[in-house]
Design a protein around this ligand. Sequence first.
Ligand SMILES: NC(=O)c1ccc[n+]([C@@H]2O[C@H](COP(=O)([O-])OP(=O)(O)OC[C@H]3O[C@@H](n4cnc5c(N)ncnc54)[C@H](OP(=O)(O)O)[C@@H]3O)[C@@H](O)[C@H]2O)c1
Length: 327
Amino acid sequence: MVVQKRFVLVKHFDGMPKEGDLKIVEEKLPALKNGEILLEAKYLTVDPYMRPYSARALKEGDTMMGEQMASVTESKNPNFPVGTNVVCSPGWCTHSISDGKGIRKLPSLPKGLPYSLSLGTLGMTGMTAYFGVKEILNPKAGETLFVSGAAGAVGAVVGQFGKILGCRVIGSAGSEEKVKYLKEIGFDDAINYKTTTDNLDKKIKELCPKGIDMYFDNVGGVMTNTVMMNMNDYGRIAMCGAISGYNAKTQPTIPHVPIVSKQLKIEGFLVWRWMTRYPEGIKQFSQYIDEGKLKYKEHVTNGFENMFKAFCELFTGSNFGKAIIKV
Ligand SMILES: NC(=O)c1ccc[n+]([C@@H]2O[C@H](COP(=O)([O-])OP(=O)(O)OC[C@H]3O[C@@H](n4cnc5c(N)ncnc54)[C@H](OP(=O)(O)O)[C@@H]3O)[C@@H](O)[C@H]2O)c1
């Protein structure tokens, strides 16, 4: 008999997630029925979307939502023999039983790359960067791309992809260490938004002397409003996320004047739109990694029990790279 550990939502988040909002429960899983498989989590992911989505999608008492990379340890389903590696979404749990529906089998990764990448650069966050850049921004060589949340799981990939496509890329992030890293992986320049509060507009003008053609927005708020003021006519904005507002009680107003006067094109998107095209993006990014053109950085937390702590770190900027939990 296998014991499953899972995090359940005790109380909907109010402001910053707090100790006591989630708790771990343990439960014995039943024996498998025909057609079912037993999955054991190897890597789990914490992602910012879980904060706003939990309010809409979960009831108190539900298992916290999310993807994981898991292996089949018992099988009564011939399509998933023991040892099959998959990405699945049973939520924050160590073990789960599935009938195989909605589960993505993983190919073996090139050159011993870690399977955790299937939750990051070769998974949801990488595909957000791939399709957000390619399908929403559609960059042309020589254009200026500004990326907020640039040192994160999505942002760092967006910026590197922008460089591969021939753009001038400027990012914003929350520490000097992150700014240094962005320059190391090829960003033309980067801004520490935490120390540039009073002269953000001036700094953006200095680093983007020809204005901004494209903005990949991961954070929203003051950063987004200031970037919009510095966009060129007909600029394109990929609205990917707004982490600066996920724990906030009130949201800043939208700056209508630059949107209208610069005739900006703004498109929000969810990566799930391109779910069936993931293999295309994964193939392209695997190739870039193999060629040394795309670097990945993971922030690995050891131990399932530490998953909530890893989740909270997303909102203080303590993670530096894709936040992964190694069971
Ligand atoms: N549309 C989609 O389908 C989709 C898919 C995946 C992710 N997203 C969105 O993309 C964004 C980035 O996600 P990610 O997975 O790549 O996370 P991440 O950037 O790896 O981690 C979150 C980062 O956000 C930054 N942050 C936290 N609070 C902030 C604030 N108040 N203002 C500015 N930055 C703040 C922190 O970095 P600093 O140290 O730089 O502050 C932190 O490290 C999120 O908004 C997420 O919801 C959207």
